[in-house]
Design a protein around this ligand. Structure first.
Ligand code: PHE
Length: 494
């Protein structure tokens, strides 16, 4: 494949794993996963989230990396090239457009939350988190949000730092930090978990996270869990696809994907185990919403030995984790501005950063002067989250699955994935039937078109899946052709 500019490549598979893990592990794991679990009732949400990661997230992630590496370009260019290679319409690049926009819109609210993390790091360092009660913590969080100048300065800082790193180029900026940040984060979470084990609330947390109560999950919660599975793996937002475009030929996509997905899931579960004991021990409401970790964790840090040190380290790691994710959200846009609009990386980063600054500042105002600026009951901040996680990511995942499952010829994905016949058949089955049907059923249910009781209807749903896949395979001879050609070759063309 040729491109307009030579593309930077990761230093081997490991460089990619670090960067993709840096993208995946972020505020989604430590800020969003716990508060959504709290809002949607605990164990049932966690179970659906885990199933979505495995059944929908992993196959779609493999597809995205393969598309990126095959197309060697920004999501728009990569998808267009790969579609053209199979003689398909350039309209498929709309999928790339949506992904690029989705990543950018996420970043517009993500920098505000990253700003919270930076400001809490500062508060930890400067002693601004004193106060022993939940009410004190609620008041500190509210005061932090009440001043647009304060909040705006922190989100502006995040925007500037992100753009400085992105402007410098992928490798230099991203790879190095993740190698020590990830283990550091794991150690901090372990410290919190251990503290929870000894100080109470741990068994309540375990029960809340892992006891499955089928009645507690609403249709809305199901869609939230699906959207969050995509969000936490950085899918359908251009991030993983663009990083995939820097992956050297020959690196195993399946192994890489599993490494990233396992690391991401472990960090989220550890975050849950670290945070919920503090919530239950202090008698807080798990459904507190987006402020949950900022109100609960400082209480734990204040009570534990060496708490200030651990608190500083924790918020430093969280801020770093947020940055390695932010960088990846804007990478698609910057790579597109470079490849297609001929801008230098630095210019592209500042152009994107300018637009980002305007939108994120408006989103930041949702917490103070713009508290009344709502549309259909939602602030801009909420709208950005809602549109991306509930609509764009599931639809992007659906589009990607259909593209690689049915639209493209068999050879490109076979060559890129390089799996044995049996594994390839399993992957193909997942992207053709399990992922699309899973996404569609959750959508149909959440939109209220049909009300699905998963706990009682699952045998019917399984039957439906089997019937549709059987019908689909009988109607399409392509899978059989794929399977009979059992020696994948990197050079072969269909
Ligand atoms: N996966 C990141 C997190 O969990 C968020 C993200 C979404 C990053 C989309 C890139 C693209 O924090």
């Amino acid at each position: 494949m040729t491109t307009t500019q030579p593309r930077i490549q990761w230093l081997g598979r490991w460089g990619f794993v670090l960067a993709a893990t840096g993208s995946a592990v972020g505020l989604g794991n430590i800020w969003k996963f716990p508060y959504m679990t709290g809002e949607y009732g605990g164990g049932a949400f966690v179970l659906v989230y885990l199933v979505c990661i495995l059944a929908l997230g992993v196959p779609v992630m493999m597809a995205e990396i393969a598309l990126g590496r095959r197309g060697r370009g920004s999501p728009i260019d990569a998808v267009r090239r790969v579609a053209a290679e199979s003689g398909r319409s350039a309209a498929w690049s709309l999928l790339g457009w949506m992904a690029m926009l989705c990543g950018f819109l996420i970043l517009c609210f993500y920098v505000v939350v990253a700003g919270w993390s930076f400001s809490y790091l500062w508060k930890m360092l400067s002693g601004g988190l004193a106060g022993g009660s939940v009410d004190d913590m609620v008041a500190i969080f509210a005061a932090n949000n009440a001043s647009p100048l304060n909040l705006g300065l922190w989100s502006t800082l995040v925007t500037v730092v992100t753009m400085l790193i992105v402007g410098k180029g992928v490798q230099g900026g991203i790879e190095k930090s993740v190698g020590w940040m990830m283990p550091g984060m794991v150690v901090m979470l372990l410290v919190l978990i251990l503290y929870g084990v000894f100080s109470g609330g741990f068994s309540d947390a375990l029960r809340f996270l892992f006891v499955f109560d089928a009645g507690s999950l609403s249709s809305e919660g199901l869609l939230a869990a699906l959207g969050h599975a995509f969000f936490t793996l950085s899918l359908a937002s251009g991030a993983i696809l663009t990083y995939g475009s820097y992956l050297p030929a020959g690196a195993s996509i399946a192994r890489t994907t599993l490494t990233v997905a396992v690391a991401d899931t472990l960090v989220a579960l550890m975050a849950g185990l670290a945070i919920f004991p503090a919530i239950f021990a202090n008698g807080m409401d798990p459904g507190e919403g987006p402020g949950l970790i900022f109100m609960s964790l400082p209480l734990a840090f204040q009570a534990m030995p060496l708490g200030t040190l651990f608190g500083v380290l924790f918020f430093a790691m969280l801020s770093m984790a947020a940055l390695t994710s932010s960088i990846s959200m804007v990478e698609a846009t910057v790579s597109w501005l470079c490849d297609r609009q001929g801008l230098s990386r630095r210019a592209a980063a500042w152009v994107a950063g300018g637009v980002l600054w305007v939108i994120s500042t408006l989103a930041m105002l949702s917490f103070n002067v713009g508290a009344d600026w709502t549309l259909a009951g939602r602030h801009l901040f909420d709208w950005l989250d809602y549109l991306t996680s509930r609509w764009m990511m599931p639809l992007g995942g659906l589009g990607t699955a259909l593209l690689v499952g049915f639209v493209l010829g068999a050879a490109p994905m076979r060559e890129e994935l390089g799996l044995s016949s049996a594994w390839h058949a399993l992957w193909l089955y997942m992207v053709r039937y399990v992922s699309p049907l899973g996404i569609l059923v959750i959508f149909v249910d959440a939109l209220g078109i049909v009300s699905v009781e998963f706990a009682t209807h699952w045998p019917f749903l399984l039957g439906l899946l089997l019937a549709i896949s059987l019908g689909g395979e009988l109607a399409s001879p392509r899978l059989r052709r794929t399977l009979s050609d059992s020696t994948p070759s990197r050079e072969g063309v269909e």
